[in-house]
Write a new protein. Structure first.
Length: 427
């Protein structure tokens, strides 16, 4: 009996040690640096009420991907404006568009090295993206090309990335004249975002033109960096006046590419099925706001819940996530209504021709103008930045339903945060 008791105790002790080791490893795997890109604009009365000072550039903080905790926020790099951030892990780099100095304007693409042990940043170089109003940046999977969308000029630029991971030269510029029915915002092409997507061994670039109501599609020559507009799928077309802003991507059960477009001007979300050999079809377009507010949508202002918002309701960000149980959900943000919405994309992913796209949840952003959000590296949380109130909240993702709940009621406070990214901590 004593021998059995001893063996049982030994087994329990071993299990405890193993469990402790697993928890320690989980904790280590969950440690990241989180970076926030900001604009150096004057603070709003709401920011000042909460003691938020004028931002000075790119900030770094510690991030726990198990709990969603953000701590120890410090300035990592002074910058006039960090418009968007794309990160790579090998080596740890931030690629940023905007301007570090006032003379840069919003026209450059920067390579910035991140120290994974300390989170510190150092500028490698900056290159003119040969457009105006650089507002979005992406990097292809091989880390050899960078895409920059230039809002004001409507030019989409591709730049090479050198062997030392610095930004090289502009290898291609894509621009098409276009306009839309909302003349104040669509009098000409406005380049809002660009993305690299691999399909059957070919790299394609999707480019959202808010002014033309088109998402252009081009093939990237990975040897030269040249772009050629695709023949079968020259562009995807959201409804007139939609104003496509950002995109996210998934695959359906037949391995067809699915493209989700968040449309800024009419507060909608469109889904497309793409086959580069046969063509593309729009599966549907769904509202991100309640119908009772749709007649209050204007480009100047919008009355929502008894309050006037000078920017109207404009959708901003989008992410797609497939959970372990196979459910695929899409997240989107509303500026003006100041909410995050969660849609069930299961029927889209199932390959249905006329899929339902039900709304699972509408939750407040707990601040004003949720311009930017991102999934964390473990897909356990959603980090949401309210640009005009200077508040950043982390939401926990229910791993069964995809629905959101606040991880903490205390926000991180930074003025005019419009970009972000993660780098793994190295011990």
């Amino acid at each position: 009996m004593r021998k059995l008791s001893f063996i049982a105790a030994l087994l329990c002790a071993t299990l405890v040690l193993l469990s402790t080791a697993v928890r320690a490893q989980d904790a280590k795997d969950a440690e990241y640096w989180i970076y926030f890109g900001t604009m150096g604009s004057d603070t709003t009365p709401e920011m000042r009420e909460h003691g938020v000072e004028r931002s000075q550039g790119i900030y770094v903080a510690k991030y726990n991907a198990l709990t969603g905790e953000v701590s120890d926020v410090t300035l990592a790099l002074k910058a006039q404006a960090a418009g968007y951030i794309a990160t790579t892990s090998n080596p740890p780099m931030l690629y940023v568009v905007g301007g570090l100095e006032p003379r840069d304007g919003w026209s450059k693409a920067f390579a910035i090295s991140a120290d994974p042990k300390t989170g510190a940043l150092s500028v490698v170089n900056g290159v003119d993206a040969e457009g105006h109003g650089a507002c979005h940046v992406s990097v292809n999977s091989e880390g050899t090309y960078l895409g920059a969308a230039n809002y004001n000029s409507g030019i989409f630029s591709v730049l090479s990335i050198n062997a030392d991971h610095s930004v090289g030269k502009v290898t291609a510029k894509f621009h098409r004249d276009g306009s839309g029915p909302l003349t104040r915002r669509q009098e000409h092409s406005y380049g809002h975002s660009s993305y690299f997507v691999e399909d059957n061994g070919v790299t394609h670039v999707f480019m959202s033109d808010l002014g033309a109501d088109k998402v252009y599609c081009a093939t990237l020559d990975v040897q030269t960096g040249a772009l050629t507009q695709d023949e079968k799928v020259p562009y995807l077309a959201p409804p007139p006046g939609a104003g496509p802003r950002h995109l996210c991507f998934a695959r359906d059960k037949n391995d067809k590419l699915i493209v989700f477009s968040i449309n800024e001007l009419d507060s909608t979300l469109s889904a497309f099925r793409v086959d580069f050999n046969e063509g593309a079809e729009r599966l549907g377009t769904w509202t991100t706001i309640q119908d009772k507010y749709r007649d209050k949508l204007t480009d100047e202002e919008s009355l929502v819940d008894g309050k006037t918002y000078t920017y109207g309701n404009k959708t901003a960000a989008i992410e797609v996530l497939t959970l372990a149980n196979g459910r695929t959900v899409v997240y989107a943000s509303n500026r003006g209504q100041d909410s995050i919405v969660v849609f069930d994309a299961s029927e889209v992913i199932a390959g249905k021709e006329e899929p339902n796209f039900p709304l699972l949840q509408r939750i407040p952003s707990y601040g004003r103008f949720p311009r930017f959000f991102m999934l964390d590296p473990l897909n356990r949380h959603l980090v949401v930045s309210n640009k005009m109130s200077g508040s950043i909240y982390v939401y926990t993702i229910d791993q069964e339903t995809g629905e959101l709940s606040l991880a903490s009621e205390e926000p991180t406070r930074l003025a005019w945060c419009i970009a972000g990214g993660f780098i793994k901590v190295e011990k």
